[in-house]
Design a protein around this ligand. Structure first.
Ligand code: ATP
Ligand code: MG
Length: 272
């Protein structure tokens, strides 16, 4: 039996998963801040635009403009795709009341309805969906993570989506907020980072991909201006490759907390 697979559009990645993500799968894309989840998702959507799929990108942590700009840095014209009716970006950050594709409330029911509306607008056929990130929907109620993830999958499954759902990992513990989508997901793509001899390195490992004989190795990745993400050679696992020095981790955690609590950065933080 052959399985239809969707290319991720990331150079060197598809061959780690027998050619691509099986159609209809809901895949969790997880990792600490800045590890490449959004950029990976952008590639997935850009590939969808290229091959004529219907594409929906829900953004909760960055504005629609920010996603468009980030895509443009790698040569993907998302503005044009939107104009041509190939892509809908649902902005759940800015909550513009005059934009029909804005999500005014961070609520899972609203989200699902908006996605279905967008799919109807784009039309019949194979579709790609990114929800970046799912964590935003359960920040204040982490215990709901699993139930929400299940609900989203159960309702959207019928609409011919192959989906990437991103989720952040707390830097200190590497545990997911709410620990929800991993169990519900058909696949887990885990991004990591570490500092090796004073240099930030990024890695990816496929922790789960149903119906797939996938790579079990951790691969280093590269993000190149003008080109985007690329998979490099597999890496031997070393603790020092993925563990951040405590001082760096503390600063990142502080920054994350500030982001959550919406406290502006102070000069004091800069000095530390
Ligand atoms: N044009 C570019 N050229 C090279 N590297 C870039 C470029 N744009 C972004 N990056 C790198 O990608 C990183 C951001 O990656 P990305 O937004 O995918 O992270 P993320 O995992 O989604 O993080 P978060 O959880 O905070 O959303 C930046 O910190 C930077 O290192
Ligand atoms: Mg992101």
């Amino acid at each position: 039996m052959s399985i239809e697979r969707l290319s991720t559009g990331v150079e060197g990645f598809d061959k780690l998963i027998q050619g691509g993500i099986p159609r209809g799968f809901f895949v969790a894309v997880v990792g600490e801040p800045g590890t490449g989840k959004t950029i990976f998702s952008i590639h997935f959507i850009a590939e969808g635009i290229r091959v004529g799929d219907k594409n929906i990108y829900v953004t909760t942590e960055e504005s629609k403009e920010s996603i468009i700009k980030q895509a443009a840095m790698f040569g993907f014209d998302f503005e044009r795709a939107i104009r041509e009716g190939k892509l809908v970006i649902i902005d759940a950050l800015m909550g513009y009341r005059d934009d029909p594709w804005s999500l005014v409330e961070l609520d899972v029911d609203h989200l699902v309805n908006k996605i279905i509306e967008a799919k109807k607008y784009l039309g019949y056929g194979r579709a790609r969906l990114v929800i970046d990130s799912m964590s935003a929907f359960w920040l204040d109620k982490p215990a709901m993570a699993r139930r929400y993830s299940y609900y989203v999958k159960r309702v959207l499954y019928r609409w011919d989506f192959t989906a990437l759902l991103t989720s952040q990992y707390a830097v200190t513990t590497s545990l997911g907020f709410g620990f929800g989508i991993e169990h519900v997901a058909d696949g887990i793509i885990r991004f990591r980072k570490g500092i090796v001899r004073g240099e930030l390195r990024r890695y990816v490992i496929i922790e789960k991909m149903r119906q797939t004989e996938h790579s079990l190795r951790m691969h280093e990745i590269e993000i190149i201006n003008g080109r985007g993400m690329r998979i490099k050679a597999p890496t031997a696992y070393r603790k020092e490759d993925t563990v951040l020095p405590t001082s760096v981790a503390a600063r990142m955690l502080a920054a994350e907390l500030r982001k959550l609590l919406e406290i502006p950065e102070t000069e004091h933080d800069e000095e530390n």
